[in-house]
Design a protein around this ligand. Structure first.
Ligand SMILES: NC(=O)c1ccc[n+]([C@@H]2O[C@H](COP(=O)([O-])OP(=O)(O)OC[C@H]3O[C@@H](n4cnc5c(N)ncnc54)[C@H](O)[C@@H]3O)[C@@H](O)[C@H]2O)c1
Length: 434
């Protein structure tokens, strides 16, 4: 199939590469000339495990091309995927202006019938607006469908290649058939392609992300209570309620949960349906993002001025270089505001973090380098390389053996035996003497 993917960000690039990998003839188009130039030279704008070999191979074999000529990409294609960003507007609603821009471009380049697929996360009714924008420009027949993307950064290729489920909102047999063909290679092991009406598909994406954000915030609050009453969250979380998305942590971040929860709250308000639960989820998350800082402040009795703190992990989660809405940025900002000096390490996200933090912190190329002269280590992202570190070396480098762990990577008793004060989420604080 000839496919154009408009918007070559996380979603567009992964979708384009995976569709090319299954034999389609794909052009990824983006207005960002620097990004497209780099991609033509197989330099990826993001860190995503497994993505680079797919891009290199499919580009070399001619199934994957990159262009800034959005119109030309549309004209040569039968299927056009819209994968541009939908950032939050000032009032929290999803800003769909980029999606509608693409719709107008599609309208102007409708040289033959096409299927237009919205992959961006968009509020209910957006597919209809896309349809109207295209129809304003052309008499050529076309179909619109909603196919929200559920990939997770850090596991995006795996998620796209072997999806739990693919949601497709359609209102024509023809559109359904084309999507079925496009997705056939990815659902061979029986995971379902679920067809529904277009508004339900648009809503499903928001409901799914809002549910996951709710589970995380719920667990984070239970974890805080566990700390106070002397229970252990790692035991509590495994009982009956199921483990997925129930790891306590430093609060959720990333490009999706925060903005999608906000947008859904806004949709509810616009429709006169208050979503109180989600408002509470947002508040709980904002509070949770301060927890690591508050723990550090307690250990230093509020006197963080002049103290050096090492931070391991800046990405909002492991296996990505994405720092959008990352809890680590909150921890770092709070520490700096309290007068502390901060030394940071992340295996992938130092360049992206630098855009936010500038020269206000010291960047360490290696994890242990961040610890030099620091009085405490705060762990914010659950990178594999932090899971089994050399604790003796950590102790030698820190001026005070204090680890505040937002990801519960270590066993509290073991850390106490090794001579650390170890403060994690929802578990008993352990000290060298305990
Ligand atoms: N990042 C994720 O994990 C994820 C997962 C599922 C769904 N989504 C959704 O997918 C959408 C895209 O997210 P993303 O993270 O890939 O965004 P992104 O910001 O990484 O990429 C968007 C790209 O679109 C390009 N663009 C903007 N306007 C354009 C136009 N008119 N023509 C061509 N290109 C244009 C930008 O230059 C940018 O490269 C959003 O709606 C998001 O909510 C994201």
């Amino acid at each position: 199939m000839k496919v154009a993917v408009v918007g070559t960000g996380y979603v567009g690039l992964v979708v384009g590469a995976c569709l090319a990998e299954t034999g389609n003839d794909v052009v990824c188009a983006d207005l960002d000339a620097a990004k497209i130039d780099a991609l033509k030279k197989s330099r990826l704008p993001i860190y995503e495990p497994g993505l680079e070999p797919l891009v290199v191979r499919n580009q070399r074999e001619g199934r994957l091309q990159f262009t800034t000529e959005v119109g030309a990409a549309i004209e040569r294609s039968d299927v056009v995927c819209i994968a541009v960003g939908t950032p939050p507007d000032e009032d929290g609603s999803a800003d769909v202006q980029y999606v509608l821009d693409v719709a107008r471009t599609i309208g102007r380049h409708m040289n033959r019938p096409k299927l237009v697929v919205t992959k961006s996360t968009v509020p209910v009714g957006t597919a209809e607006r896309v349809r109207a924008e295209i129809a304003r420009q052309t008499k050529t027949p076309f179909h619109v469908c909603s196919n929200p993307e559920f990939l997770k950064e850090g596991a995006a290729i795996e998620d796209f290649m072997k999806p739990d489920r693919v949601i497709v909102g359609v209102d024509s047999e023809e559109a359904a058939k084309t999507l079925e063909e496009l997705y056939a290679p990815f659902v061979r092991t029986g995971n379902p392609l679920i067809f529904m009406d277009i508004p339900s598909a648009e809503m499903t994406k928001y409901a799914a992300n809002a549910m996951l954000a709710t589970r995380i915030s719920f667990m984070n609050q239970i974890a805080r209570l566990c700390e106070v009453v002397g229970a252990d969250i790692s035991l509590v979380r495994n009982h009956r309620i199921g483990p997925a998305f129930l790891f306590p942590g430093p609060g959720y971040g990333g490009s999706c949960f925060p903005k999608d929860v906000k947008a859904l709250i806004r949709t509810g308000e616009d429709q006169g349906v208050p979503l109180d639960i989600l408002k509470a989820v947002e508040e709980a998350n904002a509070r949770q993002k301060r927890v690591l800082f508050e723990k550090l402040a307690r250990h230093f009795e509020g006197k963080l001025a002049g103290v050096t703190v090492a931070v391991w992990g800046l990405a909002f989660k492991a296996e990505t270089d994405d720092v959008r809405e990352s809890p680590a940025l909150v921890v770092v900002d709070e520490l700096l505001a309290a007068g502390a000096a901060v030394r940071v390490h992340d295996p992938a996200a130092l360049p992206t973090a630098r855009r936010h933090l500038g020269d206000r912190v010291c960047y360490a190329a290696h994890a242990y380098e961040a610890l030099e002269g620091a009085a405490a280590l705060a762990i914010v992202t659950e990178w594999l390389e932090y899971r089994n570190p050399d604790f003796e070396r950590i102790k030698r480098l820190l001026t005070r053996p204090l680890i505040v762990d937002g990801r519960n990577l270590y066993d509290p008793e073991r850390l106490a035996r090794l001579g650390f004060t170890y403060d994690s989420i929802g578990r008993r604080l352990t000290c060298a003497s305990s």
